[in-house]
Design a protein around this ligand. Structure first.
Ligand code: ADP
Ligand SMILES: CCCC(=O)OP(=O)(O)O
Length: 357
């Protein structure tokens, strides 16, 4: 059997994960964590391009990975125009849209760009898989309450779909038979209502919807936010940073690391406990909303993402939502293998790559 060697690159808001797969087998994986100070000095996401590329190449070099043996490079897809799920070949238009960041700024914008640069030097293909803009929202979910603003589907599509499929496999059912609520608890937090294989509603994890997260505010009281915007104290750029990057745990506790917060709590910090429990409370409320979206027919609730490693947080969430359905915890994410498998399906001609237009 032909062996395809794939480099998977996954830039997240607090980390860059890289992995090498020989077909389905992971042969190398590492998570390069980035502190708030490290990331904070870059004004725009594209300004982080060289920094992220260098840390990736350094880690590959230090681990004696021979790049010339690669068959393809697959990056996490970023804020493109809303598109259906699947594997997309990186093309010029995609790179232009990612550089222009017209749909917004997020670390995942760098996935396709860095994959493309490494792949083009080796003359091999570059792909993205299930980008954060996968859009399966029902019409009713798009209405915000203000005609000028339409709700958008921006979430951890890659991991939410991967863990939902994992749960389906482990239950000997098809993903398309199940109704699931998936909460991805990472640098950003998204909670999606998966109805028979489609994410029919999900909070926009990037732009002020849903629970607050390690570095984002989530939904805010809009009247007070409008007052703050026009107070004359802040520029548009300041407000954007306060919502995304310097919101949530960072604003309250000066760290984006859930493990630091657990240590603070263990050392008796009551404020840290209140804030961390509030994050769990908001996640639980969002799960409750998704249960209403699914009309109460929920086969399971899945908690995933880096924060799902922490039992303090998951126990708080569980206590408020386990009356809805069984709670399954898949800590971390299946994004790296989902990226590799998306690339593999195309390299094996099992699936044609989709074209971003
Ligand atoms: N073992 C752990 N216990 C608690 N929190 C953790 C653990 N590992 C990672 N985290 C937290 O998870 C968050 C990052 O999750 P992750 O899914 O890696 O984020 P992203 O990909 O969005 O950058 C950070 O707040 C990190 O501190
Ligand atoms: C852009 C939505 C996905 C997201 O928030 O990812 P991170 O948690 O990695 O920032």
């Amino acid at each position: 059997m032909e062996v395809f060697r794939i480099l998977a690159i996954n830039p997240g808001s607090t980390s860059t994960k890289i992995a090498i797969y020989d077909n389905e087998k992971e042969v190398f994986e590492t998570t390069l964590r980035h502190s708030n100070e490290e990331i904070d000095k870059y004004e725009k996401i594209t300004d982080q391009y060289d920094f992220r590329k260098e840390v990736i190449l350094k880690a590959l070099g230090e681990n004696d990975i021979n790049l010339t043996k690669l068959s393809a490079v697959v990056g996490r897809g970023g804020l493109l125009k809303p598109i259906k799920g699947g594997t997309y070949a990186v093309n010029e238009l995609m790179i232009q849209d990612l550089i222009a960041a017209q749909m917004g700024e997020h670390a995942s914008n760098l996935g396709g760009m860095i994959a493309n640069e490494i792949a083009s030097q080796l003359n091999i293909p570059a792909f993205i898989v299930d980008p954060v803009v996968v859009d399966e929202l029902e019409a009713v979910a798009r209405i915000s309450g203000m005609p000028e603003i339409e709700r958008k589907s921006i979430f951890h599509a890659l991991n939410q779909k991967a863990v939902a499929r994992r749960f389906a496999n482990e239950s000997n059912k098809a993903y398309e038979e199940l109704n699931l609520i998936v909460a991805h608890l990472g640098g950003g937090i998204s909670v999606g209502a998966h109805e028979k294989g489609r994410v029919i509603d999900v909070n926009n994890a990037l732009d002020g919807e849903g629970p607050f997260s390690p570095e984002r505010t989530g939904g805010l009281p809009v009247g007070d936010l409008a007052k703050l915007c026009f107070s004359g104290k802040y520029t548009h750029a300041d407000i954007k940073k306060m919502i995304k990057g310097k919101g949530g745990l960072v604003a309250y506790l000066d760290t984006n690391d859930g493990r630091d917060v657990v240590k603070m709590i263990e050392n008796g910090d009551e404020n840290a406990k209140l804030v961390f429990e509030a994050m769990a409370y908001q996640v639980a409320k969002e799960i409750g909303s998704c249960a209403a979206v699914l009309k109460g027919k929920v086969d399971a609730i899945i908690l995933t993402g880096g924060l799902a490693y922490g039992e303090m947080l998951t126990n708080w969430i569980k206590a408020r939502v386990e009356f809805i359905s069984e709670v399954i915890i898949y800590p971390g994410e299946d994004e790296m293998s989902a990226l590799a498998q998306g690339g593999l399906r195309v390299l094996r001609n099992e699936e044609a790559p989709q074209k971003y237009v």
